[in-house]
Design a protein around this ligand. Sequence first.
Ligand code: ADP
Ligand code: MG
Length: 298
Amino acid sequence: MGSRFDITVTAKDSAEGNKNIDLAVAEISRIEDLISSWNPNSQTSEINRNAGKNPVKVSYELYNLIERAISLSTLTDGAFDISYASMDKIWVFDGSVTQMPNTADIQSSVVKVGFQNIVLDSKNSTVFLKEEGMKIGFGAIGKGYAADKAKALLIEKGVTAGIINASGDMNTWGRQSNGEPWKVAITNPMDKNKVFALLPITQGAVVTSGDYEKFVTLDGKRYSHIIDPRTGFPSTGIISVTVFAPKAELADALATSVFVMGKEVGLNRINQMPQIECIIIDDQGNISTSEHIEIEKL
Ligand code: ADP
Ligand code: MG
């Protein structure tokens, strides 16, 4: 998935621990093969190749993931949209974009973005992208989904506690062997070697979307790797969003969505959702939190 996963499990000895970690790694690779848009053999690539042409029959697993992604688009008024992906030729976050992309190019690509044009047929388990040139990508939800699946598999195998850390998307269960809850450190995006808060977490996920790894600076303004699917422009104003949720998939998608929705709308939305909390850091370094969160500042 182009990102590093760290897996921690409690076990009676290292042989048992390693065996279980291998199971988690295999599960994550299996999911990558399903959702990767880089792997030409994945079902996701097959869907993208057939945009504007044919519906593609996919596994129930992928079908259900896409269905949940569309629900998240509805929930966030389109701030979250897996069909953002047709913009990925215009906004490339590997340092190669050095000047403002052409407005006409942005406009002609953004018309291809729209979750409303992802057509699902549950009877035949098919997915159809209505417009030619449309594309879907799981960059904002895939790591969280993989972390949830790996966790569920390990619980099923009897692993009583652990952490799946997908490059900062943390999914935990159980407690540390000394009985203490796992603690998650949130780094300060202004200085990534510094931790600014430590939070206990027993059962659930914490996901941070930060733009300190992938962004472009044009005319002195910082643009994040998260695109507003409604305008085709990268979101600005926020540099880090951390979301707490029972599942990593939801936390992952919501962290991306809050980036796009902005501080005010984002906090408002999160405050209406049970069991979801968030911490936002804006580009001035201001920290805002949702209503029911207390952070132990370091
Ligand atoms: P990260 O884990 O890289 O900090 P996120 O989980 O927030 O980031 O996902 C960002 C990735 O999601 C982008 O690199 C891109 O692949 C994809 N993406 C960008 N904008 C959107 C969007 N509005 N909706 C859904 N996916 C997006
Ligand atoms: Mg995300």
